[in-house]
Design a protein around this ligand. Structure first.
Ligand code: DGL
Length: 275
């Protein structure tokens, strides 16, 4: 039996599983439906309009599958599509449903984690070009300076299971050197892409140990718990049988083969065609 009213979790591919993993750890009783648009990933280099169109299509699909609440567990989609969907589309297509992203929860707390008020953000080209992190962080902590670095090769390395290769070492070091050259004072770095936690060990190898790294999974899970406490009308609509379903727009076999590294346990996904 399909979960009736699960929380939808969306990403361009596998990265959102790193967020879902932490959400499920914290909130195990709810039902969840994960959708990875692997057939069209990566989103990072795509235009604003394309990411918006693909994300809206996926959100509508998740609504049609019964999700009253959707988390965009993708920074690129959160940066390029969330605001439009919340302000323009939701009132028309599903005024009682909600879509939340991953940038705002991260931006909300980062000011309290940096000591010297100098933050670095590593993300896809799309996330960096959108300037969403500097804009959102400024809303909560005006005194924090934000240095961004786009790492266009990191998502393809992770999606192709090359995250432990010498190639990954090269591209990780290249972008860490670059961001620290741009601002040698950075004391806190946000992994502003949900694929990047898989590169954590490699990042730690090349990053001075006094710089703290922030991954988003736990932050998003904590903020979601808080959101559901503040919105009982939404909390009551979500089904609670502890069910999890996984869909991919590409090959389920390929998805399942990589999913364990992202999610920590075996997954059996199904194919979904978006039209
Ligand atoms: N996990 C997505 C993010 O957080 C990856 C984006 C992509 O597909 O390039 O940005």
């Amino acid at each position: 039996m399909r979960p009736k009213h699960p929380i939808g979790v969306f990403d361009s591919g596998m990265g959102g599983l790193t967020v879902l993993k932490e959400i499920v750890k914290r909130l195990p009783d709810y039902d969840y439906l994960y959708l990875g648009d692997n057939a069209r990933a990566p989103y990072g280099p795509r235009s604003f309009d394309t990411v918006y169109e693909f994300t809206l299509q996926s959100v509508k699909q998740l609504f049609a599958m019964g999700c009253p609440l959707v988390i965009l567990a993708c920074n690129t989609a959160s940066a390029k599509a969330l605001r439009n969907i919340q302000q323009k589309d939701l009132p028309k297509i599903a005024p009682d449903n909600r879509v939340l992203g991953v940038i705002r929860p991260t931006a909300e707390i980062v000011g309290s984690l940096t000591k010297n008020k100098k933050i670095g953000v590593l993300g896809t080209q799309g996330t960096v070009n959108s300037n969403s992190y500097p804009i959102e962080i400024a809303k909560f902590s005006q005194d924090v300076s934000v240095t961004q670095e786009a790492c266009p090769m990191w998502v393809p390395l992770v999606e192709n299971n090359e995250h432990l290769s010498v190639g990954a070492d090269y591209f990780v070091k290249k972008h860490l050197d670059h961001i620290l050259h741009s601002d040698p004072g950075i004391d806190t770095i946000i992994l502003g892409c949900t694929h990047y936690p898989l590169l954590l060990d490699t990042i730690k190898k090349f990053l001075p140990s006094n710089i703290q790294l922030i991954a988003q999974g736990e932050i998003v899970a904590e903020k979601l718990e808080d959101y559901l406490l503040r919105h009982p009308e939404m909390e009551q609509r979500i089904s609670k049988e502890g069910k999890r379903e996984f869909y991919t727009t590409d090959s389920p076999e390929q998805f399942d083969a990589s999913a364990k590294i992202f999610f920590g346990e075996k997954i059996k996904s199904r194919h979904l065609h978006l039209d």
